[in-house]
Write a protein that binds this ligand. Structure first.
Ligand SMILES: O=c1[nH]cnc2c1ncn2[C@H]1C[C@H](O)[C@@H](CO)O1
Ligand SMILES: [Zn+2]
Length: 355
């Protein structure tokens, strides 16, 4: 059985983590006190628990309401730098080697920052975090994914922002927010623009809404990866456990090696999966889908990459070889240039798992 110490030590790759879903509770409390942002509870220890309890609602829409209290304290240059720096420090302390951290610039303009100001601030925070991690003897490579909110109408503008920062720390684009009622095809112009620019994007799909959302994300929008995508399991007939049968869409996703950014704890909180033990990741991994393990929102789920891996080790009996497979899957699926992906696999991931 893999121990928590081994999991903490091996290099991990994180493709789906929200900057505004991973703020330290102490930082939320600290900034809120200074800026006058009203919190439901003020004590940092209680606040961490409040986020977790409020997010464990069985509903994505209610889960998302908790972000008002993180987005609310990320409205100035200095506060964005701080949150970004602390994010990278926390990931490095957790043994994360490479991370794509997403956030929605359009949500951080309330105090007068421009879209480019916000991306510059996060970039500065990431650089500070990398330097601080290096001082602690840790190597971490953070990159940004810029998210557009699917209920808003700024996706083309955010896609243009992502392309303009493609050589300055931004590797991709995403849409997030409530899924039901806001299909990805509302943002086709943004996705078509990204295709023309040879740019990468992922789409939150198949979390709160099922197969039609995944189908649109892949076949209409041309997503490179699926944010969650967990409901692809609805297109797998497991009534005979010895020979599961894939429907056309599930077969396409597996044939094309489309990466699934699975986030087990988050899915249990929003009701997308009944429990970790019953999470479709077990079946999807066994069927050879391009499965990756992710945190989604470390604050709301009180989690980390190591914890998500530990939960899966406990539930499915995964060993180090399995964890390396998930990690290599994630690195192969990243939006980094191919040669950089290969270098991290050869130089860091393979040696890191040869313990
Ligand atoms: O799991 C999620 N599904 C859909 N949207 C999400 C999820 N987690 C966070 N978000 C939203 C709320 C954040 O404010 C936004 C940008 O990070 O993305
Ligand atoms: Zn997410």
């Amino acid at each position: 059985m893999v121990t928590p110490e081994e999991i903490a030590r091996v290099p991990k790759v994180l493709l789906h983590d929200h900057l505004d879903g991973g703020v330290r509770p102490e930082t939320v409390a600290d900034i809120a006190e200074r800026t006058g942002h009203q919190l439901p509870v003020d004590d940092p220890a209680e606040l961490g628990q409040w986020f977790a309890d409020a997010a464990t609602s069985g509903s994505l829409v209610r889960y998302l309401e908790t972000f008002e209290h993180t987005v609310g304290v990320m409205q100035t240059h200095d506060d964005l730098v701080r949150v970004a720096r602390e994010c990278v420090e926390d990931l490095a302390d957790d043994g994360v080697l490479y991370a794509e951290v997403r956030w929605a610039p359009e949500q951080h303009l309330r105090e007068g920052l421009t879209l480019t100001d916000t991306v510059d601030a996060v970039r500065e925070g990431f650089e500070q975090g990398v330097a601080e991690a290096a001082r602690r003897g840790k190597v971490v490579h953070p990159r940004q994914i810029l998210t557009a909110m699917r209920h808003q109408a700024r996706s083309l503008e955010i896609a243009e922002l992502a392309v303009s920062y493609r050589d300055r720390g931004v590797v991709g684009f995403d849409i997030a927010g409530a899924e039901a009622g806001y299909p990805p095809t509302r943002h086709l112009d943004a996705f078509e623009y990204l295709h023309r620019e040879n740019a990468h994007f992922t789409i939150h799909a198949g979390e709160a809404f099922g197969l039609p959302s995944i189908w649109q994300a892949i076949q209409w929008c041309g997503a490179d990866r699926l944010g969650h995508g967990v409901r692809i399991i609805d297109d797998v007939d497991t009534s005979d456990p010895d020979s599961p049968r894939l429907g056309r869409l599930a077969a396409y996703v597996r044939d094309k090696r489309i990466p699934l950014e699975l986030c087990p704890s988050s899915n249990v909180q929003t009701g997308a999966a009944p429990s970790i033990a019953e999470h479709p990741i077990g079946t999807l991994a066994a069927l050879g889908f391009r499965v990756t393990i992710n945190t989604d929102n470390r604050l709301m789920s009180q989690t980390s990459m190591s914890r998500e891996m530990s939960l899966l080790v406990d539930a499915f009996g995964y060993d180090l070889d399995d964890l390396r497979w998930f990690t290599v899957n994630a690195m192969k699926s990243s939006f980094l240039p191919f040669d950089e992906r290969l270098a991290l696999i050869q130089d860091a991931i393979k040696p890191g798992y040869a313990i």
